[in-house]
Design a protein around this ligand. Structure first.
Ligand code: SF4
Length: 96
């Protein structure tokens, strides 16, 4: 998310462990812990948005994204369009 400030490198023995242990750079707080997200129906698709963007806008990692309104507006249409795409791919609903 913030490639200008790397936490570790692929050469490290446990790069994923280093990312998990880091408390100085971008923090990836669980969506269930983000203020404003706990009861959102889209939380397990959205995850509260990009933590870097949220931190840049609010100074916090544990709050909902400043783009929340965009996500809530787009998710229903994206899911409907994906459903239509899958139905078309499978030939469901075709009239021949
Ligand atoms: S849509 Fe908004 S409230 Fe819902 S998980 Fe995303 S940021 Fe949080």
């Amino acid at each position: 998310m913030d490639i200008a400030h790397p936490v570790t490198s692929i050469a490290a023995a446990d790069p994923l462990g280093a990312v998990r242990a880091d408390q100085q750079r971008v923090q990836n707080v669980s969506v269930d812990q983000k203020e404003g997200c706990q009861s959102c129906e889209w939380r397990y698709w959205c995850a509260g948005g990009c933590p870097l963007v949220t931190h840049q806008a609010t100074g916090r990692y544990d709050v909902q994204s400043p783009l929340c309104g965009v996500y809530r507006a787009l998710f229903p249409d994206i899911i409907r369009l994906e459903g239509l795409r899958l139905a078309q791919q499978e030939g469901i609903g075709n009239r021949e």
